[in-house]
Design a protein around this ligand. Structure first.
Ligand code: CA
Length: 218
């Protein structure tokens, strides 16, 4: 597996890179969010530090989750519960608080890798009925015909398509797409879901889960 280590502390990065490589994985290293953004497309798993010199790792995770289902393990010195919850809501697959014990990190990598279904290591294509969502190419086809979505409509659909058949909470969609759960964003979500349903034209495929959120797929 190709692991992208996003970590600006040279000492931590060196130790993590060596350990991951010794486990037999390929390793890429980025010390900033800018470098990380350039390498994300090649990664099959991302180890993401939150405190980076040119930005916040959570911001990077938020942007990443609009287009990619690559597994992400957040590594951080922050142990505040708020950060943990926010990281998981933004789509982190797991979370480790520094100082990271390398054996535990490798075990977590193995666990996350096992949860990625075989054949989806290059993930990004989700099919529900005859709706096909290509998360990497940002293309959606319905019955084989490409459907033009706005960037926000696509982001909402992607948030659901990354967990096909699973109910996703309104709050999670709001966090992933808008980065907040304000009333204004919440109303906007309903507008975009209605527009998506009209464009997909597959009644019942994008279901409302009352009192909770939405689900793509039956
Ligand atoms: Ca750091």
């Amino acid at each position: 597996m190709r692991v992208l280590v996003v970590e600006d502390d040279a000492g931590v990065a060196g130790a993590v890179v060596d350990a991951v490589r010794a486990r037999g994985h390929g390793v890429l290293h980025a010390a900033t969010t800018t470098e990380a953004a350039e390498l994300l497309g090649e990664a099959e798993l991302v180890l993401l530090d939150l405190g980076l010199p040119d930005g916040d790792g959570l911001g990077l995770l938020h942007r990443l989750r609009r287009t990619s289902a690559v597994p992400v393990i957040v590594l951080t010195a922050r142990s505040a519960e708020h950060d943990v919850v926010r990281g998981l809501h933004l789509g982190a697959d797991d979370y480790l608080v520094k100082p990271v014990r390398l054996r535990e990190l490798l075990a977590r990598i193995d666990a996350v890798a096992r949860r990625v279904p075989a054949g989806t290591a290059a993930p990004g294509v989700v099919e529900a009925d005859d709706v096909r969502v290509d998360l990497d190419a940002r293309r959606v086809t319905v019955g084989g015909t490409e459907t033009a979505l706005t960037a926000t409509e696509f982001a909402v659909l992607a948030a659901l398509a990354r967990r096909p058949g699973v109910a996703v909470s309104r709050r999670q969609v709001l966090e992933e797409v808008w980065g907040d759960g304000s009333m204004a964003a919440s109303r906007s979500l309903d507008v975009h879901v209605a527009a998506l349903r009209a464009k997909l034209d597959r009644p019942g495929l994008l279901a409302t889960v009352r009192g909770f959120g939405f689900r793509l797929g039956r």
